[in-house]
Design a protein around this ligand. Structure first.
Ligand code: NDP
Length: 286
């Protein structure tokens, strides 16, 4: 049986680190690291994510301000709110929950966030800094995946990693981080041919396709490490249930280590968001 990479437990360790950094910034500088979260519309999954982020921020002793805007919010109103938060010295991190309603331009909103407060790490300047291997605010989900991988591999150098999915928020920054850690990285996506054999050659598979249980046991080399980013809601026995992009039970028989869904990458993402907020606060102090 594969070793379980417990995201809940690991995220608690990260959150403890965040809480002590918050204490330090309060004690030393009288500054309360503060995260502003902006939610536009009524998307139920986004509402849950925002609630969890705000809850965890409070538990870590951080400040959090929640803005809930209605679905009809205009681009101008949203840009104005972001500009106000950019200029507010009490706010250290800004997160605009995605996806936005279709009439709003996500790229424009992301580009309008002050890169120093861009705790999601999606601003083009932060994306470029990451690609160039420079210190930056790194997107939270891939950052969490790296912490999980380092639980299993002290040294990632020379490992062959396959990332399934090439989105800007998960797949591409994941590739950049793995490259920085000296992995050999293959990016797979919906047009990739014979994805199964690519994965079968990998020491590490990161699944971020948003396709329920896409990765099966015959995709995985015995002993490989599997990180499951996917979150897919399904109905089972009349109940709503979350499953990942990896068929957990069969893959656990083959893999050397595997992260579960739920209780894997999800809690790590939130913990890394708060870590980014304390980093942003510290940099703004400097
Ligand atoms: P996107 O939909 O933006 O991207 C999905 C990627 O997967 C695309 O690059 C797509 O390829 C690729 N893909 C789709 N189907 C296949 C397939 N059959 N084989 C190979 N590649 C495929 O999704 P996100 O990156 O935003 O999210 C991915 C998953 O991770 C989702 O389930 C999401 O809910 C979850 N997620 C979880 C987070 C967490 O905190 N745990 C945070 C963020 C996301 P192409 O580019 O060719 O279309």
């Amino acid at each position: 049986m594969a070793q379980l990479i417990d995201g809940k437990q690991l995220s608690n360790q990260v959150l403890q680190k965040v809480a002590s950094e918050v204490e330090y910034l309060k004690g030393e500088y009288g500054v309360v690291p503060t995260l502003a979260v902006v939610l536009v519309g009524e998307d139920p999954a986004s509402q849950v994510y925002v609630r969890n982020k705000v809850k965890r921020a409070k538990e870590a002793g951080m400040g959090s301000i929640e803005y809930r805007l209605d679905t009809e919010t205009t681009q101008g109103d949203l840009n104005q709110l972001v500009a106000q938060l950019n200029n507010d010295p009490q706010v250290h991190g800004i997160l605009v929950q995605l996806p936005l309603p279709p009439h709003l331009d996500e790229d424009e909103v992301i580009a309008s966030i002050d890169p120093a407060k861009d705790v999601d790490g999606f601003h083009p300047l932060n994306v470029g800094a990451l690609a160039a291997g420079q210190a930056s605010l790194v997107p939270c989900t891939p950052q969490g995946c790296m912490i999980m991988l380092r639980q299993v591999h002290q040294d990632l150098s020379g490992k062959h990693a396959v990332v399934v999915g090439r989105s800007n928020i998960v797949g591409k920054p994941m590739m950049a981080l793995l490259l920085q850690a000296d992995c050999t990285v293959t990016m797979a996506h919906s047009r990739t041919r014979d994805i199964e054999s690519l994965c079968r050659n990998a020491d590490i598979v990161v699944a971020a396709a948003g396709r329920k249980e896409l990765v099966n046991a015959d995709w995985i080399k015995p002993g490989a490490t599997v990180i499951d980013v996917g979150i897919n809601a399904i109905e089972a026995d009349g109940k709503r249930k979350l499953v990942g992009d990896v068929a957990f039970a069969p893959v656990s028989e083959t893999a050397g280590a595997i992260s579960p869904v739920p209780g894997g990458v999800g809690p790590m993402t939130i913990a890394c968001l708060l870590l980014n907020t304390t980093r942003a606060a510290r940099r703004q102090l400097a």
